[in-house]
Ligand binder design. Structure first.
Ligand code: ZN
Ligand code: ZN
Ligand code: FE
Length: 755
């Protein structure tokens, strides 16, 4: 009672995503509104606050921070310590400090907020149509931050000196731009310009000129937040075809940007969940069903039932696209190289790809591609977790020592972890060339700095020839531990679901190096984060000619037909496709095992079935055959196929023989491909359910985990999940990181961190 009028002083430490999200102004306003003295500041561990005043007022302030933090903040913990009273008057914002050995979070890049958008569109506002408008609630973060704490001199905004009016906003704790590090205006901030024919064109209005070029069917490279896009009119077939020709990209779908939700909805079937995701602050590319009536160029996503669409996120996009516009906005890069992010590189690399460059002078410190998310009946399925999400951490169910997991090869990401925080990197690309390896090295260094994590342990895939594995071994020799690919997939889905009890894991993907030196990819695993064991797998077939068998699904088809003893009947499209000569060579390889390796890959079985059914015999991007097979499926068609489940050497083998024979039978009797696809998907889902029931009762495990690139197939994922749930299983699926190799590093951390 007697303490009611007493004055106390407390230190309050807030950790989590608390920098660059308007935290300090919020604290300032709460403190001054409650007659509390003291200060608030950022350091490399988060936000520090000292408050002096009535205890009830301090309690009240903390309660409000907990209940209603600034919209973009994610508070991890609030710690309070008593301090001696100092009697110092007033409340201030302290300058930022460095703190040794502490980890702070860095906010992902965020789409322009509603308040800024209103100003952007207001002719009376001084930032009317200014492409770099931002505030503490929005704007670039991760891609401009060189070091923590997040402060202007440590971002790529450092060279821009704020004008008086911007400075006043920046210094005013009641202003929306108080300590908004990228704060800028047309007078003092970054600028855009257009370059054409290697000359800087002094175009009075670079925006209008860009729009004119796009309307005229040209291709413009546009510098954005995490790198350059190549843009063209998505309704202009000739322009899209030209872009394909220049990029040497025959079929892989192009992402698009629609001016607004209404415009997007005119071309695609967008349900409420997809709409909310499209408009969310990360603004990912969302994969949605194409509207059959849509007037988009067919060249956007040939053979694909879905299209990838996103909404404007940088203010620049808002001033570029007008309602009704749909532009192709694909990552600007050369073939398999990382996205281009610097003006110099753009002039060199993009000159052959684009007719003009729309540049700006705010440097992008690290590249960050757009994120991609597919909708399932149950929610979101990440296909690529990058801009807008990275580097926000994924919470681990178990604490790990400071470590770095380097991921796999395709769709590479890495993971830096310490304690229970796993910082998954942005998408790096396919680690098949030196450019990507360089980008990987740069991104690792950057994140090690940002989060002040010095890895004691390095985790790599078991595959001796992955560039990521070699990079780890070259740089860290004795500190490298290896984790098997399919084990990592299952651990990844367990980790993001905070699950530590035993599961039956279905790890289905294209390719991974098995512990027996063969190529795995249809694996059934049992265990938990202390260790997983293989207890079953898809029946093996021969992969003939290595990579050639991956690029040419008909080779996989021939191998599966051969393994099943189905004759190579010319009425089967996969048999008719190759030349007599090639068929002879493949037969010889299958008979002798020459230049052939065993694989249990489920992804390759999808390839084989796609080719047998006549859907796709040769691919130009990963997963193409399976994607097209799924797209053609007609769920209303009845019937199914059935795998044989055989016990063999203590393993349950899912023998695809009867399925392959039935597909071949259906195709020769003229069954529509839509029905073949539907039956095949049903067969794989039901093999999963039957296997889970058999092994689940044997090992008394009633949780199933689904991971691996094959589970990007929503038809399969939904059917398998439904079947498992109907049979009493709890089902772990991905929601935070991709089931493909983009999520692998998380599983590597979760498994190796426990050893
Ligand atoms: Zn804003
Ligand atoms: Zn200014
Ligand atoms: Fe994989």
């Amino acid at each position: 009672m007697e303490r009611q009028n007493a004055v106390v002083r407390q230190r309050i430490r807030v950790t989590g995503v608390v920098q660059g999200v308007g935290f300090r102004p919020t604290v300032y306003q709460l403190a001054t509104g409650r007659n509390l003295n003291g200060f608030v500041g950022n350091d490399s561990a988060g936000v520090f606050i000292e408050l002096e005043g009535a205890p009830a007022a301090i309690d009240d302030l903390v309660a409000i921070l907990e209940a209603a933090p600034p919209p973009l903040a994610h508070i991890d913990a609030i710690q309070r310590t008593d301090l001696p009273v100092t009697g110092e008057p007033g409340f201030s914002i302290a300058s930022s400090r460095q703190q040794v050995g502490a980890t702070t979070f860095v906010s992902p890049d965020l789409a322009v907020c509603a308040d800024c958008l209103r100003e952007l569109q207001d002719p009376a506002d001084r930032r009317y149509r200014y492409p770099f408008i931002n505030c503490t609630n929005c704007g670039p973060r991760f891609t401009i931050t060189m070091e923590t704490p997040y402060d202007r001199p440590l971002t790529t905004m450092a060279p821009f000196v704020m004008c008086e009016r911007c400075r006043a906003e920046y210094d005013d704790p009641t202003n929306r731009r108080f300590h908004a590090q990228p704060n800028a205006c047309p007078e003092c901030g970054p600028r855009i310009w257009l370059e054409r024919d290697a000359k800087q064109l002094r175009v009075a209005d670079a925006i209008a000129e860009t729009r004119r070029l796009i309307a005229a069917g040209e291709i413009v490279a546009i510098k954005g937040i995490g790198g350059f896009h190549l843009a063209c009119d998505a309704r202009n077939s000739a322009a899209v075809a030209l872009l394909r020709e220049r990029k040497h990209r025959t079929a892989k779908p192009f992402a698009m940007m629609a001016a607004d939700l209404t415009t997007a909805a005119a071309s695609a079937q967008i349900g409420p969940a997809a709409a909310a995701l499209l408009e969310s602050p990360p603004r990912p590319i969302v994969l949605v069903d194409k509207d059959p009536e849509s007037d988009l160029a067919a060249e956007i996503a040939p053979g694909n039932g879905q299209i990838g669409i996103m909404l404007p996120y940088a203010p620049l996009h808002h001033v570029l696209l007008e309602s009704g516009d749909v532009w192709v906005m694909t990552s600007a890069n050369h073939a398999a190289e990382p996205i281009v992010k610097d003006n110099e590189a753009a002039r060199l690399v993009l000159a052959e790809l684009a007719d003009a460059l729309l540049l700006h002078d705010r440097a992008i410190y690290v590249h960050c591609d757009d994120s991609v998310i597919r909708m399932t009946t149950e929610g979101e399925l990440p296909v690529r977790r990058s801009r807008g999400y990275a580097p926000f951490p994924v919470r681990l169910p178990v604490a790990v020592p400071p470590m770095l997991a380097v991921g796999g090869e395709l769709k590479a990401t890495f993971c830096l972890a310490d304690g229970k925080e796993a910082f998954m990197s942005q998408h790096i690309g396919d680690m098949e060339n030196l450019e990507t390896l360089d980008a990987f090295t740069a991104a690792v260094t950057h994140m090690e700095h940002l989060f002040r994590i010095q890895p004691e342990l390095i985790v790599a895939d078991l595959h001796p020839r992955y560039l990521s594995t070699r990079w780890a071994e070259d740089n860290f020799a004795d500190r490298v531990v290896h984790v098997q690919h399919h084990h990592a997939h299952i651990a990844s889905v367990m980790a993001e679901n905070q699950y530590t009890s035993p599961v039956i894991g279905f790890s289905f993907d294209g390719t991974g190096y098995g512990t027996d030196g063969t190529i795995w990819g249809g694996e059934v695993l049992l265990g938990d984060l202390d260790g997983l064991a293989r207890i079953g797998h898809l029946g093996a077939a021969l992969l003939v000619g290595g990579d050639a068998a991956v690029r040419r699904p008909y080779r996989m088809a021939l191998a599966h037909l051969y393994a099943t003893g189905v004759g190579w009947d010319r009425r089967i499209p996969a048999v008719a496709h190759p030349t007599d000569e090639e068929r002879r060579i493949v037969r010889h390889q299958l008979e002798t095992g020459l230049n052939a390796i065993e694989t249990t890959s489920m992804g390759r079985l999808f390839d084989a079935v796609a080719s047998i059914a006549g859907v796709r015999h040769e691919i130009s991007y990963e997963g193409q055959a399976a994607i097209e097979l799924e797209a053609l499926g007609t769920p209303e068609a009845d019937g199914t196929y059935e795998f044989d489940l055989i016990e063999e050497d203590g393993q349950l083998v899912l023998d695809p023989g009867p399925v392959v024979a039935a597909v071949a039978g259906d195709v020769t009797t003229g069954t529509p491909v839509g029905a073949i696809s539907a039956r095949f998907h049903r067969a794989v889902a039901s093999a999963i359910v039957t296997t889970a029931i058999m092994l689940g009762s044997r090992y008394d495990v009633h949780t199933a985990a689904l991971s691996g690139g094959v589970f990007q197939n929503v038809t399969l994922l939904d059917a398998a999940r439904r079947g498992l749930e109907e049979n009493g299983f709890e089902v772990l699926v991905h929601r935070l990181v991709p089931p493909n190799d983009g999520g692998l590093a998380l599983g590597q951390v979760a498994l190796a961190g426990r050893r």
